[in-house]
Design a protein around this ligand. Sequence first.
Ligand code: ATP
Ligand code: MG
Length: 241
Amino acid sequence: MDDVSSPRSTIALSHVDLSLGTGAARVHVLKDISVEIGAGQAVGLVGPSGSGKSTLLMVMAGLERADKGRVTVAGTDITRLGEDALARFRGRHIGIVFQSFHLIPTMTALENVAVPLELMGRTDAFARAAQELEAVGLSARAQHYPGQLSGGEQQRVALARALAPEPPILVADEPTGNLDEATGRQIMDLIFSVHRARGTTLVLVTHDTALARRCQRVLSLHSGVVKDDSAMAPRAGAEAL
Ligand SMILES: Nc1ncnc2c1ncn2[C@@H]1O[C@H](COP(=O)(O)OP(=O)(O)OP(=O)(O)O)[C@@H](O)[C@H]1O
Ligand SMILES: [Mg+2]
């Protein structure tokens, strides 16, 4: 594919191949994918259902291992890391947000946000968690459990949790998929404001082409192959709140 790489690429996939499932259910999901994402870029990942978007995102985030090829993130070849080292690497470098928030139901909002910080051994875990909750406008809900929060509030907690360790990379898989339009827009505005303010590299899976166009670049996936890679100029004011 065309080389649109940045000299400071923060995610680089080289000839990545991945099949999932066994026997008759085995699917060749990612087919010889090579792509580089520059530090601080915002990249939209689009394509039909089943084209491999979520799988590609999981490979970039080190949650799924490629069968073949190399995945380099922030200068580290993560295909060479063992499970423990990979988990530590993820904790420091990559924030992940899913469509279905994945909060721990028995923990308060504050405790959920503190979890990754505690795993890193941060002594200021709860103070940092409180700051991140404030940044997403949820200080007043810190002691609420996920079941006591609206969908949009739960996604804001999940976003605060992903951002609390201040990762240089944020990946999001249809983060507004379970939210109404107005709430989804709030979440995306938050994600883009963090991208701008912290220079976070952003990879966003979405079915929403208007949303993808808020990114500088859109990768289009079809049947496990990158069919289109447009380094698009954002529309004037497209990222404005
Ligand atoms: N564990 C698995 N075993 C077998 N096949 C799988 C597995 N996980 C995913 N697949 C297949 O891989 C393909 C890509 O799945 P993926 O979830 O990455 O698609 P997607 O582009 O994110 O789709 P959607 O837009 O619906 O979320 C699909 O055809 C899916 O059925
Ligand atoms: Mg998906």
